[in-house]
Design a protein around this ligand. Structure first.
Ligand code: ZN
Length: 441
């Protein structure tokens, strides 16, 4: 690991190619100037003189460029070697690549990840390139009669509209034709880019302690946020109140509007009434803090007025709310999948090679035969093991709750049944098979 760290360090210290790019620009400039000169003269002698003059400076530039490139590629090569040594490539525990047939899904996940990270130009290039691949493969493989124009039109025709519909229409709508769906499904709708650009604009102002754009957004989506039971709009209003309360020496807001305690009072008076029904207690606390204003740090309300973490917290909840209104998870699924995969894969490989050595095969298709060392925030589906059969439940054998409240695997319950009736192995109460309800964990 130390060697690896050293190599990364020297990579960071290695000459950057920025100056090389400038050299290339210089070469282009000189070539263009020479071309203009040659074009302007009718005299062949002057023309060849211009060309001859060009030779030496060009050679020099090229030499410098080659040296620069050599230096950089040397560092890269060394790093590559060290990486290979430190992390040798191990074969995957299975020959069957389940995702091989779903390249469009993988491409979509990558494109979505880039968009939500705000890497718009990279996302665009990626989409164009994968789109070319699909179009090409499609034209040559399945539809020789359809020209690239026709297929491109299909890809580009995206539904307009907004909100969650945006996602539903482009991702989950009933496909007109399967082929069309497989092409269109990996392309996030173009409107999504604008949405994320909006998100980054608002996040940027939150970073600069300007809550205005976020408040405006929350006001616009007030009903949707309310319907989700979100406190985001109130949290924003509360932070704005606290921020004003702290006064100009802390918040540095322009003096054209009331600031300090008066500003907070006026802001609260105008904005808090809307939240009274749900947040009366907090509003009372915020208002009462006025009395302690001269000595707020020693008052019972000091924690309410600490703003150190508030802006980063509000930025995080803004991202969460924004994504959820778009029908997306707060964290990038690609990030989660890759991280979880990187954590779990070493065990999978270990298990597979141990199984191979013993001559046993991995027989379970819907469950893992080993535990994955994932942190709790990466575990989305709880596992239920039937307490009677000790089998892990799955789609074919889901957990069911019987009227007494005990939960068993459905297969177990079937075996317990005499006719339609069964006796709970725990209580033991009688019940009817039809009264058992499937539960989703
Ligand atoms: Zn029971």
């Amino acid at each position: 690991m130390d060697t690896l760290r050293r190599e990364i360090h020297s990579l960071n210290k290695a000459p950057k190619l920025r100056s090389t790019v400038q050299d290339v620009d210089k070469i282009i400039e000189e070539l263009e100037a020479a071309r203009a000169q040659v074009a302007a003269t009718l005299d062949t002698h002057t023309a060849s003189l211009t060309m001859a003059k060009l030779q030496n400076p060009l050679n020099r530039h090229f030499e410098v460029m080659t040296q620069d490139l050599k230096n950089v590629s040397k560092v890269h090569k060394n790093l590559g070697k060290t990486l290979d040594k430190a992390m040798p490539v191990k074969p995957l525990p299975t020959d069957h690549d389940v995702m091989a047939e779903h390249m469009d899904l993988i491409n979509r996940a990558i494109a979505m990840h880039l968009l939500r990270e705000g890497e718009f130009s990279v996302a665009e290039t990626f989409q164009n390139e994968t789109q070319d691949d699909v179009t090409l493969a499609d034209v040559t493989a399945t539809q020789p009669s359809t020209g690239p124009d026709g297929t491109e039109d299909q890809i580009m025709s995206e539904p307009d509209g907004g909100g969650p519909d945006l996602m539903e229409m482009s991702y989950q709508s009933e496909p007109v034709a399967k082929r069309q769906q497989s092409q269109a499904s990996h392309i996030p709708p173009p409107e999504l880019k604008d949405r994320f650009a909006d998100m980054y604009r608002i996040l940027e102002s939150i970073r600069h302690h300007d809550l205005g754009p976020a408040i405006e957004w929350a006001r616009e989506h007030s009903e949707e946020l309310e319907a989700r039971g979100s406190n985001f709009e109130f949290d924003l209003t509360k932070l704005q109140y606290v921020w004003l309360f702290r006064g100009p020496e802390v918040n540095g807001l322009p003096s054209d509007r009331p600031n300090g305690r008066l500003g907070a009072y006026l802001y609260g008076k105008e904005n808090f009434p809307r939240f009274q029904a749900r947040h009366l207690h907090e509003i009372q606390q915020l208002a009462s803090a006025m009395v302690f204003a001269p000595n707020l740090p020693d008052s019972p309300y000091s924690s309410l007025f600490a703003v150190d973490q508030s802006f980063s917290e509000i930025a995080a909840s803004f991202t969460r709310e924004f994504c959820s209104l778009l029908g997306l998870s707060a964290e990038s699924p690609l990030y989660i999948a890759t991280t979880a995969g990187a954590l779990a894969l070493p065990r999978a490989i270990k298990y597979a090679s141990a199984a191979l050595a013993k001559g046993t095969a991995w027989t379970t298709t819907d469950e893992l035969a080993f535990e994955t060392p994932l942190p709790s925030n990466m575990i989305y589906h709880s596992i239920f093991v039937c307490p009677v059969s000790k089998e892990q439940t799955n789609e074919a054998n889901p957990p069911v709750m019987i009227p007494c409240g005990h939960v068993l695997g459905r297969e177990t319950l079937k075996k317990l049944c005499k006719g339609n009736r069964f006796k709970c192995p725990y209580c033991p109460q009688d019940g009817l098979f039809k009264d058992a309800r499937r539960i989703v964990l």
